[in-house]
Design a protein around this ligand. Structure first.
Ligand code: GDP
Ligand code: MG
Length: 166
Protein backbone atom coordinates (compact mmCIF):
# COMPACT_ATOMS: atom_id res chain seq x y z
CA UNK A 1 0.00 0.00 0.00
CA UNK A 2 1.11 3.52 -0.70
CA UNK A 3 -0.46 6.88 -0.02
CA UNK A 4 0.00 10.53 0.81
CA UNK A 5 -0.47 11.96 4.26
CA UNK A 6 -0.71 15.65 5.14
CA UNK A 7 0.26 16.80 8.62
CA UNK A 8 -1.53 19.96 9.67
CA UNK A 9 -1.91 21.95 12.86
CA UNK A 10 -1.04 25.33 14.29
CA UNK A 11 2.59 26.17 15.02
CA UNK A 12 4.22 24.46 18.02
CA UNK A 13 1.90 21.48 18.41
CA UNK A 14 4.80 19.18 17.48
CA UNK A 15 4.37 18.47 13.77
CA UNK A 16 8.08 18.52 12.98
CA UNK A 17 8.92 16.41 16.00
CA UNK A 18 6.27 13.91 14.99
CA UNK A 19 7.57 13.66 11.46
CA UNK A 20 11.18 13.34 12.52
CA UNK A 21 10.36 10.58 14.94
CA UNK A 22 8.20 8.69 12.48
CA UNK A 23 10.80 8.91 9.80
CA UNK A 24 13.82 8.31 11.97
CA UNK A 25 17.03 10.04 11.10
CA UNK A 26 18.30 7.29 8.84
CA UNK A 27 15.15 6.83 6.82
CA UNK A 28 14.42 10.50 6.33
CA UNK A 29 14.36 11.79 2.84
CA UNK A 30 13.63 15.43 3.38
CA UNK A 31 13.88 18.39 1.16
CA UNK A 32 13.71 22.10 1.69
CA UNK A 33 12.93 22.63 -1.94
CA UNK A 34 9.47 22.41 -3.35
CA UNK A 35 8.90 19.13 -5.14
CA UNK A 36 5.94 20.51 -6.95
CA UNK A 37 4.31 23.90 -6.86
CA UNK A 38 1.64 22.43 -4.64
CA UNK A 39 3.46 20.78 -1.81
CA UNK A 40 6.77 19.86 -0.33
CA UNK A 41 7.50 16.21 0.08
CA UNK A 42 8.78 15.94 3.60
CA UNK A 43 9.65 12.30 3.82
CA UNK A 44 8.84 8.73 3.04
CA UNK A 45 8.36 6.07 5.67
CA UNK A 46 8.43 2.54 4.36
CA UNK A 47 7.34 -0.51 6.32
CA UNK A 48 7.07 -4.11 5.12
CA UNK A 49 3.80 -3.50 3.33
CA UNK A 50 3.19 0.21 3.29
CA UNK A 51 4.76 3.38 1.99
CA UNK A 52 3.70 6.65 3.62
CA UNK A 53 4.47 9.87 1.75
CA UNK A 54 4.30 12.79 4.14
CA UNK A 55 3.59 16.18 2.65
CA UNK A 56 3.64 19.66 4.04
CA UNK A 57 1.22 22.47 3.31
CA UNK A 58 1.96 26.17 3.20
CA UNK A 59 0.55 28.08 6.17
CA UNK A 60 -3.05 29.10 6.09
CA UNK A 61 -3.62 32.83 6.37
CA UNK A 62 -6.85 34.37 7.55
CA UNK A 63 -5.89 37.68 9.11
CA UNK A 64 -4.44 39.37 6.02
CA UNK A 65 -6.40 38.49 2.95
CA UNK A 66 -4.37 39.82 0.04
CA UNK A 67 -3.83 38.29 -3.38
CA UNK A 68 -0.82 36.18 -2.37
CA UNK A 69 -2.54 34.80 0.68
CA UNK A 70 -5.63 34.01 -1.33
CA UNK A 71 -3.47 31.95 -3.67
CA UNK A 72 -1.74 30.25 -0.73
CA UNK A 73 -5.03 29.44 0.91
CA UNK A 74 -6.31 27.93 -2.31
CA UNK A 75 -3.11 25.87 -2.44
CA UNK A 76 -3.70 24.54 1.06
CA UNK A 77 -7.24 23.59 0.19
CA UNK A 78 -6.01 21.93 -2.98
CA UNK A 79 -3.32 19.91 -1.20
CA UNK A 80 -5.79 18.79 1.44
CA UNK A 81 -8.12 17.63 -1.29
CA UNK A 82 -5.37 15.63 -2.98
CA UNK A 83 -3.83 13.68 -0.11
CA UNK A 84 -5.29 10.39 1.05
CA UNK A 85 -5.26 11.05 4.78
CA UNK A 86 -4.95 14.15 6.93
CA UNK A 87 -3.35 14.11 10.37
CA UNK A 88 -4.63 17.07 12.38
CA UNK A 89 -2.26 17.59 15.30
CA UNK A 90 -3.33 19.36 18.50
CA UNK A 91 -1.86 19.97 21.90
CA UNK A 92 -4.78 19.28 24.23
CA UNK A 93 -3.94 21.56 27.12
CA UNK A 94 -3.58 24.51 24.78
CA UNK A 95 -6.54 24.43 22.43
CA UNK A 96 -7.51 27.77 20.99
CA UNK A 97 -8.46 29.97 18.12
CA UNK A 98 -5.41 29.02 16.07
CA UNK A 99 -6.46 25.37 16.19
CA UNK A 100 -9.99 26.27 15.20
CA UNK A 101 -8.74 28.11 12.13
CA UNK A 102 -7.03 24.92 10.99
CA UNK A 103 -10.05 22.87 11.90
CA UNK A 104 -12.21 25.01 9.61
CA UNK A 105 -10.17 24.15 6.55
CA UNK A 106 -10.14 20.38 7.06
CA UNK A 107 -11.67 18.45 4.16
CA UNK A 108 -15.06 16.95 4.99
CA UNK A 109 -14.92 14.23 2.36
CA UNK A 110 -11.83 12.32 3.47
CA UNK A 111 -10.34 10.68 6.55
CA UNK A 112 -8.95 13.11 9.10
CA UNK A 113 -7.32 11.64 12.19
CA UNK A 114 -7.16 13.80 15.30
CA UNK A 115 -3.66 13.41 16.72
CA UNK A 116 -3.54 14.46 20.34
CA UNK A 117 0.15 15.12 20.89
CA UNK A 118 2.19 15.71 24.04
CA UNK A 119 0.37 12.96 25.88
CA UNK A 120 3.42 12.75 28.16
CA UNK A 121 2.48 16.13 29.63
CA UNK A 122 -0.98 15.09 30.71
CA UNK A 123 -1.00 14.62 34.43
CA UNK A 124 -4.58 13.65 35.07
CA UNK A 125 -5.97 12.12 31.91
CA UNK A 126 -9.51 12.44 33.24
CA UNK A 127 -9.33 16.22 32.87
CA UNK A 128 -8.44 15.90 29.27
CA UNK A 129 -11.28 13.81 27.97
CA UNK A 130 -13.99 16.50 28.10
CA UNK A 131 -11.70 18.87 26.24
CA UNK A 132 -11.10 16.45 23.44
CA UNK A 133 -14.73 15.43 23.29
CA UNK A 134 -15.74 19.08 22.85
CA UNK A 135 -13.33 19.36 20.00
CA UNK A 136 -14.52 16.10 18.53
CA UNK A 137 -18.04 17.51 18.27
CA UNK A 138 -16.82 20.13 15.82
CA UNK A 139 -15.70 17.65 13.20
CA UNK A 140 -16.34 14.09 12.17
CA UNK A 141 -12.89 12.63 12.77
CA UNK A 142 -12.02 9.20 11.43
CA UNK A 143 -10.24 8.50 14.70
CA UNK A 144 -8.60 10.07 17.74
CA UNK A 145 -5.10 8.97 18.64
CA UNK A 146 -3.14 10.23 21.64
CA UNK A 147 0.62 10.24 21.08
CA UNK A 148 3.81 11.71 22.38
CA UNK A 149 6.01 12.59 19.45
CA UNK A 150 8.85 13.50 21.76
CA UNK A 151 8.72 10.30 23.81
CA UNK A 152 7.80 8.06 20.87
CA UNK A 153 4.56 6.98 22.52
CA UNK A 154 1.86 5.35 20.40
CA UNK A 155 3.44 6.25 17.06
CA UNK A 156 3.06 2.69 15.77
CA UNK A 157 -0.66 2.88 16.52
CA UNK A 158 -0.85 6.18 14.67
CA UNK A 159 0.77 4.63 11.61
CA UNK A 160 -1.58 1.64 11.81
CA UNK A 161 -4.61 3.91 11.93
CA UNK A 162 -3.25 5.96 9.05
CA UNK A 163 -2.55 2.85 7.02
CA UNK A 164 -6.17 1.76 7.27
CA UNK A 165 -7.18 4.79 5.24
CA UNK A 166 -4.60 4.56 2.47
P1 GDP B 1 5.66 22.37 15.05
O1 GDP B 1 5.74 23.85 15.02
O2 GDP B 1 4.22 21.93 15.04
O3 GDP B 1 6.46 21.70 13.98
O4 GDP B 1 6.22 21.90 16.48
P2 GDP B 1 7.67 21.32 16.85
O5 GDP B 1 7.83 19.93 16.38
O6 GDP B 1 8.70 22.29 16.43
O7 GDP B 1 7.56 21.26 18.45
C1 GDP B 1 7.30 22.40 19.24
C2 GDP B 1 7.77 22.16 20.66
O8 GDP B 1 7.01 21.12 21.27
C3 GDP B 1 9.23 21.70 20.73
O9 GDP B 1 9.84 22.30 21.84
C4 GDP B 1 9.12 20.18 20.94
O10 GDP B 1 10.22 19.63 21.63
C5 GDP B 1 7.85 20.09 21.78
N1 GDP B 1 7.19 18.78 21.63
C6 GDP B 1 6.85 18.15 20.48
N2 GDP B 1 6.25 16.96 20.73
C7 GDP B 1 6.20 16.83 22.07
C8 GDP B 1 5.69 15.80 22.95
O11 GDP B 1 5.17 14.76 22.56
N3 GDP B 1 5.82 16.04 24.30
C9 GDP B 1 6.40 17.17 24.78
N4 GDP B 1 6.47 17.31 26.10
N5 GDP B 1 6.89 18.15 23.99
C10 GDP B 1 6.79 17.99 22.64
MG1 MG C 1 7.51 22.59 12.39
Amino acid sequence: RCGTVAIVGRPNVGKSTLLNHILGMKLAITSRKAQTTRYRLLGIHTTEDTQFLFVDTPGFQQKHINALNKTLNRTVTQVLSEVDVVLFVIEPMKLGEADELVLKMLPKNKPVLLVVNKADLMGDKGNLLPLIQDFDLLFDFAGIIPVSAKKNLNLEELLQATREHL
